[in-house]
Design a protein around this ligand. Sequence first.
Ligand SMILES: C[S@@+](CC[C@H](N)C(=O)[O-])C[C@H]1O[C@@H](n2cnc3c(N)ncnc32)[C@H](O)[C@@H]1O
Length: 203
Amino acid sequence: MAALYEIYDRFALIYEKNRGLFDMTHIFNDFFKILELSQGRLLDLGCGAGEPFSRMFIDKGWQVVGVDFSREMLKMASRYCPEMHTIYSDMRNAEFNDNEFNAIIAIYSLFHLPVKEHKNLFMKCFRWLKPHGKLLFTYATKDYTGYDEFDGCKEFMGQRLHYSHTTPEKLYKSLEKTGFEIISKDYRDIGGEVFLWITAGKK
Ligand SMILES: C[S@@+](CC[C@H](N)C(=O)[O-])C[C@H]1O[C@@H](n2cnc3c(N)ncnc32)[C@H](O)[C@@H]1O
């Protein structure tokens, strides 16, 4: 089976063709209101082409760092989000200073990591966020995989991709144990796919 980064290397062309297909401005606006900051530093984990979220932050004057392990997705980012500082890395190996970011996002990316590794990433995000910093990520649930808890492959655009999740209740507990306060949890249907969108804050 192809590695996930190879699959995303191949998907890059499709992403390129589908640019702007789904309008996520309302999600960005909701998150931006919660941030209560006009400018700051954002970390985008699994940034892909940096669209639409990082692009919208940059347009508001934010400094953005994007991490992705697909070279082809990062090539797109260099075209569509050239202001973003990109790091070619598996997000699990990325390291930053404590209190470095005002916000961290992981949009449609974190659910590819095995669920047993989520806690570690949450702990790192907590450290990297400044006090009152916010985390926004999409989480897979039963609505997407058909199971309460899942760790396996699902077909997406003709490829078998790895997805992993626990129940929302266990996810909330894990975030709270890490020190996060859950600010919002919304099931959103985008393009016929339902994911749980979580916003959490560092107290
Ligand atoms: C579905 S795309 C989403 C891209 C972007 N966040 C967006 O909303 O359009 C998932 C991205 O996460 C990246 N990704 C998945 N797992 C990763 C990992 N462990 N480390 C770094 N990047 C990863 C993929 O290469 C891909 O670019």
